[in-house]
Design a protein around this ligand. Structure first.
Ligand code: PLP
Length: 392
């Protein structure tokens, strides 16, 4: 009998991936499925990036590279961050990984000891607590949904204990789309510095902040605060490159050295030709990013009011990312269903995939990805309305 290792006892499989798998099953049975569950751009990778990959393949960029990534890509990341934030990191502060997910895994594995507490604002991206569990750490959640999804330093300070080691921020947030104000990020970083904590800022949706809002990266914090900050970036969403698996971290070189050690004994370098294409993504025309942001905005501006107009549903306007996060608690109260039951019935009865808020630590909500065509969004919302009406 196979017995899994103890360290996996508290790790759950990814619920967002489970929704994707359920959709695939229905499709295999011949059904048309509207997938508003996946956290994935519906756009193709821009052509200039695809061409750069083809060229890399044709010029022999097919061998191992240094485990932490090629120097040319690290420099492209440094230059990109300097353009975006005014901060120039040394190359020793950069590591390239197979997606932001590996970056965050390396980051947490390198710093969290068993029993250490990691502060995570809820609702949260499903993977954060699972990595913490793998490390033997303890996730300490700060509910923000009753504060309009706003996180402040005071809310963080209330949960700190002598065992706290790390605070994780994710702005814009998956699943809520909420953006933390720069002054709050600043104050949270000050608190981390004062209390000898490490701050991880997951900025994979950084470029998807809707005007008049503006993106803010923790890389722009003053140098003394930045010392304790790890910025996690990803090309997946920004450039519609989810399958390419390129993410990166900017952090204290000592932290990066430990992460490099982990990576060198697990996956080694991220895919070589994807790294070369990533240089084109960061250095080439950024028009496609602006075009995608404009398209997401049109969809957001349609779907959020449409959801908020459903009986018993409230939905705030997210400032970033590509998720609507409607509160359906009034519907659930009336019908006695849980959010997971609602999502399941929507899947079975209407073939619409959404993710229940409880997967993200916020029961009573649904996460709806609007990285999908307006046509599908309209059909999705109509099906949600029909289910609410059937439930009466
Ligand atoms: N962080 C957040 C908040 C995400 O939503 C995701 C992807 O869904 C990631 C990190 C990791 O993405 P990737 O590994 O594709 O870079």
């Amino acid at each position: 009998v196979f017995r899994r290792a103890l360290r996996l006892d508290h790790m759950q499989s990814s619920s967002t991936m489970a929704a994707t798998a359920a959709a695939a099953r229905l499709r295999a049975q011949g059904h048309t499925v509207i997938d508003l569950g996946a956290g994935e751009p519906d756009f193709d990778t821009p052509e200039n990036i695809r061409r750069a990959a083809i060229q890399a393949l044709e010029t022999g960029k097919t061998r191992y590279t240094p485990a932490s990534g090629i120097a040319e890509l690290k420099q492209a990341i440094v230059d990109y961050m300097a353009r975006e934030t005014g901060t120039t990191y040394p190359a020793s502060a950069v590591i390239v990984s197979a997606g932001g997910k590996q970056t965050l895994f390396n980051a947490l594995v390198s710093v969290v000891n068993p029993g250490d507490e990691v502060v995570i604002p809820a609702p949260y991206w499903v993977t954060f607590p699972e990595i913490v569990a793998f490390c033997g750490g303890v996730s300490v959640f700060i509910p923000t949904h009753e504060h309009d999804f706003r996180l402040t330093a005071a809310m963080v300070e209330r949960v700190l204990t002598p065992r706290t080691k790390v605070v994780i921020l994710n702005s814009p947030s998956n699943p809520s789309g909420a953006v933390i104000a720069p002054e709050d990020i600043h104050q949270i970083a000050e608190l981390c510095a004062a209390r000898d904590l490490w701050l991880i800022s997951d900025e994979c949706y950084y470029r998807f902040v809707y005007p008049p809002g503006r993106p803010f990266s923790a890389a722009a914090l003053p140098a003394a605060l930045r010392e304790r900050v790890l910025v996690s970036g990803s090309l997946s969403k920004t450039y519609a490159m989810t399958g390419w698996r390129i993410g990166y971290a900017l952090a204290h070189p000592d932290w990066v050295a430990e992460m490099t050690k982990v990576q060198s004994h697990s996956t080694s370098n991220p895919t070589t030709f994807a790294q070369w294409a990533a240089i084109e993504a960061l250095r080439g025309s950024q028009d496609s990013v602006a075009a995608m942001l404009a398209e997401y905005r049109t969809r957001r501006d349609w779907i959020v009011p449409a959801l908020a107009a459903l009986p018993g549903v409230r939905c705030r306007m997210p400032e970033g990312a590509f998720y609507a996060f409607p509160d359906i608690s009034a519907v659930l109260e009336k019908t006695g269903l849980r959010d997971v039951d609602f999502a399941q019935r929507l899947l079975e009865e209407a073939h619409v995939v959404v993710t229940a808020g409880s997967a993200f630590g916020a029961g009573g909500y649904l996460r709806i990805s609007y990285a999908n065509s307006l046509d599908n969004l309209q059909r999705g919302v109509e099906n949600i309305r029909a289910l609410i009406e059937r439930l009466g």
